[in-house]
Structure formats: C-alpha cells, structure tokens
Write a protein that binds this ligand. Structure first.
Ligand code: HPA
Length: 270
C-alpha cells in the first residue's frame, strides 16, 4: 500500500504544484461547497492512478484543489462507500493520499438519520464521537508502521479544539448546532425501526453509511479531524415510512448554506 500511495501522490504532485494543508470530504447534498473554493486544479478520479473506479454510471468524482482565503485545501467531490462494493482499503485510500500530499487537518461531512429526539430533519450535528459497527475494519491486516501505529488511540476521533471553534462560529452566526455521536452501518438499506432503536440504545445520536472508516484512517495517520452531519430523516415511527434518497438530498440541500458557512469559517480560522 505504501508504494501505491506514493505512486498516486507523485502523479498528483507532478501534475500540479500545490501543497494542501486541509482535506475536505463532501457528503451527500453538500457538493456546492466547491463554490467557496478558489479552484486552482480539478483532477477527475478516473485520471488518478490507483484510485477506486466508480461503480456508478455518470458518477463524476474529482479531487478539487484550491484556496479558501490563505488556506490551501483539497476537497473530495464524491466519496467511496463500502456498500458500493469497495473494500475498506479502497474506501479510505484517498485519505491516505491526502495525508501524503500534505494534509494534516481533515473535515468530513455527511447526511445521516437522526435517532436523538432533540433532532429534526435539517438539524446540524457536530460530531463528537463515532461508533464503528461496519463489518470490515480499514486497519485489519499487517500494519505498516510508516503509516501509523498498530493500535490506534481513539480517545479523540474528532478534535476537541476544532469542535470548540466550530461551536463558536455557529453561535456567532446564529446557526443552531447539536453535538452528537455518529454510528456507522454498512447500508445500503436505510434502517428498520428496530435498527434505529438499536442505534439509539447503543449510544448513537445519528446513523449513516460513511465517515467511520475515513476517520479511523485519518486518526491512524494522526490527521486532526472534524466531522459534521446533516440530519436528513428521523428514525422514528412518525417519519420512517417516508424516507427516500430524494428526501435525504433535499433536506441536506436546505441545511447546506449553514454547513458551508461553518466549514468555511473553521478552515479560515483554525
Ligand atoms: N440511515 C443511514 N444512512 C443515512 C440515513 C439513515 O437514516 N439518512 C441519510 N443517510
């Protein structure tokens, strides 16, 4: 894997003269964040050696390089999900590449289902912890000590300092935010009512199909990480019948300007 990572990093470095400090992974319905970036280069995933090949027809993923103020960032427009059929090493490969391009801070965003009764559709949740209930672990197998340690300390998956900063930014902007725990399941089905109840009983505030492997791999490499989620549906008796992918996208889009603002200011100020 080390050689593959560096082959990919070398390819990108030869193509563009740009060292990003921040990585951003854009979740469902948050793609317009790229409008906040003064874009310098865009490289489609299909051109990047060793990047997973998209399984979705017409799915246009790309790495977007550019500036937010004085900060240099690389954004993943489109991420790889385990449920699409990739293994966890493939899902998290772009995070490895971002690290060796220069990234030491990562922002991940996603859409998720809410099980905390204080949430409603459109709520914004700053992630304070994860629960890994995915069926494969991205660090399973022989550990390469050059990448990180065998046993990773997960006491602070999300940077407390970044959480604090984001809360301040949200308060000053008058944006209501919650803090919560994200529980990761493989999908692609949305949860049954009993599964949503399980998520809540296990200590999750929201549930989704991404983010967990990316955060684990970022922490393996000691990348400081921030996570933010938009509640696009509520996992309870009243709302469960109506959940569709279209609804999820619509709810995410409504919260999008607020999430964009928080991420942008966090990158500028932290
Ligand atoms: N469950 C899992 N993933 C999701 C959900 C959900 O309810 N909403 C958006 N992503």
């Amino acid at each position: 894997m080390w050689d593959k990572i560096h082959e990919t990093v070398d390819y990108i470095k030869n193509k563009i003269n740009f060292i990003p400090e921040y990585g951003v992974i854009l979740g469902s319905g948050l793609g317009s964040f790229t409008e906040d970036i003064d874009i310098k280069f865009t490289i489609p995933y299909s051109e990047i050696p060793n990047f997973p090949v998209s399984t979705v027809q017409g799915h246009q993923g790309a790495l977007v390089f550019g500036n937010i103020g004085a900060k240099k960032i690389v954004a993943m427009q489109g991420r790889f999900h385990y449920y699409e059929g990739y293994d966890m090493k493939q899902v998290t490969f772009p995070v490895r590449v971002m690290k060796y391009l220069g990234v030491d801070k990562l922002v991940v965003s996603n859409a998720s289902g809410g099980v905390n009764s204080n949430y409603k559709v459109g709520s914004i949740v700053i992630l304070k912890d994860i629960i890994n209930m995915m069926p494969e672990h991205p660090l399973r197998g022989k550990n390469d000590d050059r990448l990180g340690p065998r046993f990773v300390n997960m006491s602070e998956p999300f940077s407390k300092k970044m959480i604090q900063k984001a809360n301040t930014i949200a308060n000053q902007a008058g944006i209501e935010v919650h803090e919560g725990v994200y529980l990761g399941l493989q999908g692609p089905t949305f949860e049954t009512l009993s599964e949503y109840r399980m998520v809540s009983k296990l200590g999750g505030d929201c549930v989704g199909m991404s983010t967990v492997p990316e955060v684990i791999v970022a922490r393996h490499m000691n990348v400081e990480t921030f996570g933010i989620s938009v509640i696009t549906d509520m996992g309870n008796e009243e709302s469960i019948e109506t959940i569709t992918h279209e609804e999820v996208l619509e709810a995410a889009q409504n919260a999008e300007p607020h999430v964009r603002k928080i991420i942008k200011e966090l990158i500028l100020q932290y």
